[in-house]
Design a protein around this ligand. Structure first.
Ligand SMILES: NC(=O)c1ccc[n+]([C@@H]2O[C@H](COP(=O)([O-])OP(=O)(O)OC[C@H]3O[C@@H](n4cnc5c(N)ncnc54)[C@H](OP(=O)(O)O)[C@@H]3O)[C@@H](O)[C@H]2O)c1
Length: 310
């Protein structure tokens, strides 16, 4: 039997933080969790979009327990502010879904913050998770869900001497690298959870080929890049709906049997119901994971310790 949202257990009393909850997959994850009674912190950048997203959930789930928190993952200051605000209201967090992302966008670094793909996909989420981990470990059954992509197959492990690909930035190279970083982060976090004997699971998912704003945004951003236009046209024709694409995230987040350190994806790679799939050996490269952790602490200035809360 295929896993569906009907399989989500009751979530009343659980606090979930979802990044990028104002659209696409994040909105569907927030909607489904709220529908099962979770209190959902919708951490989002564009606040007008976030208000509309909240209204759309409330229209479908009357009485949904929701709150909006501004979060720009490309800004470490914004991540710190969002984490502090969330912690002030929620000393215990049960679920963190690190979902927000962009795809194949151009290289615009300096003046208004870190805007390339590694910061949004990985460094911002690394810093956010590090700041929330103590609250997560106060839950008796915490989960952190990281979102990768088939782009990970083209990604190389982080180069500690040039993690931002300065001088060699290319939109797809950066996407692949950052989506591989999502995998290495999830697996290293699970290893640290296990080593510390804490009741928490870190799981990585690939949503599948899904018709969200991801592809359209990459076309807008690159001024109509050729491959970006190809993916946009293809996803409009062949993509799953956002509700379908959200299922691997929801399964990893809520299925009591979901396994820490595992990968959940659609059954047929980019399409189909959510199932557990094997991780390739290069995804499990211990040295790459250790490097990623050290580089992430250096680049974010945030020390990430996993230890049982006092
Ligand atoms: N759709 C697919 O086919 C597919 C396939 C593989 C993997 N994924 C992954 O799935 C995740 C969700 O993507 P989606 O398909 O739902 O795309 P989407 O509809 O474009 O949604 C992306 C979300 O990320 C947020 N976001 C982008 N930059 C941000 C930043 N700097 N700070 C905070 N939030 C930011 C966006 O919020 P704003 O609008 O406020 O910027 C939006 O809520 C991404 O990690 C993506 O890589 C998607």
């Amino acid at each position: 039997m295929a896993w569906t949202t009907d399989d989500i257990p009751e979530q009343t009393g659980r606090v979930a933080v979802v990044t990028g909850a104002n659209g696409g997959l994040g909105l569907e994850v927030a909607r489904a969790l709220a529908g099962r009674g979770a209190h959902v912190v919708m951490a989002a950048r564009d606040q007008a979009k976030a208000q509309a997203a909240q209204a759309s959930i409330r229209a479908q789930v009357p009485g949904a327990s929701l709150e909006l928190r501004p979060l720009d993952l490309a800004s470490l200051a914004s991540v710190a502010e969002a984490a502090a605000a969330i912690l002030a209201d929620h000393p215990r967090i049960d679920l963190l879904v690190n979902n927000a992302g962009v795809m194949g966008i151009s290289d615009r670094r300096p003046d208004d913050g870190l805007r390339m793909q590694l910061p949004v996909h990985h460094l911002g989420h690394f810093a956010l998770t590090a700041r929330l981990v103590e609250a997560l470990l106060r839950s008796g059954d915490a989960r952190v869900v990281s979102v990768t992509s088939t782009g990970r197959h083209t990604g190389r492990p982080l180069d500690p001497d040039n993690p931002h690909l300065v001088g060699s930035y290319e939109p797809w190279r950066a996407y692949g690298q950052s989506k591989m970083a999502n995998v290495h982060f999830a697996l290293e976090l699970e290893r640290r959870f296990e080593a510390a004997h804490v009741p928490a699971r870190s799981i990585v998912v690939h949503p599948g080929f899904t018709n969200t704003d991801l592809q359209a945004r990459s076309v807008r951003d690159t001024g109509g890049g050729r491959s970006q236009r190809f993916f946009h046209a293809a996803v409009r024709r062949f993509g799953m709906t956002p509700a379908q694409g959200a299922l691997p995230l929801l399964r990893a987040a809520t299925d009591p049997g979901a396994v820490g350190g595992a990968l959940y994806t659609p059954r047929w790679v980019n399409w189909g119901p959510p199932v557990r799939r094997p991780l390739l050996r290069r995804a499990r490269d211990r040295e790459a994971m250790a490097t990623l952790w050290a580089v992430s602490e250096r680049e974010t200035g945030v020390t990430f310790e996993v230890k049982a809360p006092s």
